[in-house]
Design a binder for this molecule. Structure first.
Ligand code: HEC
Ligand code: HEC
Ligand code: HEC
Length: 80
């Protein structure tokens, strides 16, 4: 499980579980096209791009669970 620290101090880090993904996907579904293979080195990897359909949004806007489920990626986030 990768912990990706947020660039915003008030936002808890997101988590990225490789295992949950490699059960469905090959490495080359994501590397190196979408993500670099070193933690926190992917350029422009931020929420605004994700919501525009890049990075995690390639799948989490359509085939996988949706983006408004903040807590599944940011378990420490406060909603409401
Ligand atoms: C599919 C996973 C996923 C979901 C769902 C998700 N996020 Fe994120 N979020 C990330 C990732 C990955 C980052 C970039 C790495 C980091 O900062 O932790 C991020 C970063 C952020 C940041 C830091 C600033 C920035 O632009 O990078 C904020 C604020 C944020 N998310 C808010 C939210 C809110 C609010 C929701 C729900 C509406 C949400 N996120 C849902 C994965 C997700
Ligand atoms: C669903 C997308 C996805 C799949 C599939 C995937 N990865 Fe990743 N991987 C990521 C993300 C996201 C990061 C973090 C990138 C960043 O933070 O810039 C990452 C980072 C890594 C890292 C760096 C870890 C670190 O601590 O720096 C390695 C090594 C890695 N992946 C190997 C693999 C291998 C091997 C496979 C296939 C078995 C695989 N990945 C499949 C998304 C994926
Ligand atoms: C290539 C497609 C793809 C990409 C890119 C992708 N995911 Fe996923 N993700 C999936 C699928 C498919 C599942 C499993 C089905 C589901 O739970 O909706 C999943 C499941 C998850 C889960 C739930 C794991 C569990 O145990 O329930 C989390 C958390 C998650 N993804 C976070 C992320 C984050 C954060 C990113 C970006 C760093 C990301 N995903 C990028 C396809 C993707």
């Amino acid at each position: 499980m990768l912990v990706l620290d947020s660039e915003m101090s008030i936002i808890p880090p997101s988590i990225f579980p490789h295992k949950a993904h490699t059960a469905w996907l090959d490495c080359d579904s994501c590397h190196p096209e979408i993500f670099n293979i070193k933690k926190k080195t992917t350029k422009f990897f931020s929420m605004s791009y994700i919501l525009r359909g890049e990075f995690c949004g390639v799948c989490h806007l359509n085939v996988a669970f949706p983006m408004d489920d903040c807590r599944r990626c940011h378990p420490g986030i406060r909603e409401g």
